[in-house]
Each structure stands twice: as structure tokens, then as C-alpha cells.
Design a protein around this ligand. Structure first.
Ligand SMILES: [Zn+2]
Length: 104
């Protein structure tokens, strides 16, 4: 039998005692370096805001993209896109777009 040892990440349980001592340590650190902790907190807040920035509502479409979407829709819904014609050689039903004229 194959046995695999996988080292698991040790996660500290966040008990009330842990939270209280952590909060006290943070307060001590902030009291010792008020300016440094204030600026690092501000930096973290800015990073968080950038990370959480959403793309809603989306930006307006550019005129080029609007034109591309409308043109593609018109092309895809042309009556010819729904018609079927037979290939003169093998008889397969295809759209007229896929056929090529031949003078043979
Ligand atoms: Zn054919």
C-alpha cells in the first residue's frame, strides 16, 4: 500500500484568549509607533479598496464595439443565414454562404 505523507498547514484556533492577547499586542504596537501604524493601515485600506473594486456598472461600449455588435447581429440574422442550398457535387445541405459558384 502506498502511503503519502502530507504536511498540513497548522492553523491556530482563534480562541477568545488568542483574540484578546492579539488585540492587546496590536494596541501596544500602535502606541509605540503611531505614525508608522497609521500609514501602514492607510496603505492596507487602499490596497483592499483596489482589490475590492468592481466593474459594475460596466463602462459604456465604444462606438467601434457597438458597430461590431450590430453588424454581427445583422449578418447572423440575414435570411440567407437560415436558408439551405444543396451542394451540386455531394448534395449536402449548407447555407448559401458556404457555397462557391462554379462554371463547370
Ligand atoms: Zn459537396
Amino acid at each position: 500500500m502506498l502511503q503519502i505523507y502530507r504536511q498540513s498547514k497548522i492553523i491556530k484556533p482563534k480562541t477568545d484568549i488568542y483574540n484578546v492577547t492579539h488585540l492587546q499586542a496590536v494596541k501596544n504596537h500602535q502606541a509605540k509607533n503611531p505614525e508608522a501604524s497609521k500609514s501602514s493601515n492607510l496603505e492596507s485600506v487602499k490596497k483592499y479598496q483596489i482589490k475590492m473594486e468592481t466593474n459594475f456598472p460596466p463602462k459604456l461600449l465604444s462606438p467601434l464595439l457597438q458597430h461590431k455588435i450590430a453588424t454581427s447581429f445583422c449578418k447572423d440574422t440575414l435570411p440567407q443565414a437560415f436558408e439551405e442550398s444543396r451542394c451540386a457535387v455531394c448534395g449536402t445541405l449548407v447555407t448559401p454562404f458556404d457555397l462557391v459558384s462554379s462554371n463547370v
